[in-house]
Design a protein around this ligand. Sequence first.
Ligand code: 5GP
Ligand code: ZN
Length: 134
Amino acid sequence: MDECIFCKIIEGKVPAKKVFESDRIVAFLDANPASPVHILVVPREHVPTLNDIPDGDPILGEMATVARMIARDLGVAESGYRFFINVNRGGGQVVFHLHAHLIAGNDFGTLFIHMGVAFSILWRKLLRLVRRDR
Ligand code: 5GP
Ligand code: ZN
């Protein structure tokens, strides 16, 4: 998918602040955050919309698992967050590579949340450096 911005982010061709990567899922900060925490949870595979996932594909559950893990790491799991998917133009979808929004932090500890995000990015960078040394 040459023209897909999320495919380019996943491949590292376009920069984004990634907070999680696995063999099937990548999560990164939204470039235009609606809230102190606004993270996009994205499958590596280019699937345009929720409608295009085959029945029985476990990817949605995997995305939810990643989202709640990130929410926990950022300290918003208990205070609360939103996890949702916009589907097609009428549902507000702008980028046609399936993604879920993880949004939290309007009503408390903005600084604390930013520190959490910064720490998780630094931690990933550190891990990458350590692995490179091996
Ligand atoms: P949608 O409306 O399609 O559900 O959400 C798309 C989201 O992707 C928006 O919140 C928008 O800010 C975000 N977005 C669009 N382009 C980029 C980009 O190049 N980098 C990042 N990090 N986020 C983007
Ligand atoms: Zn894509």
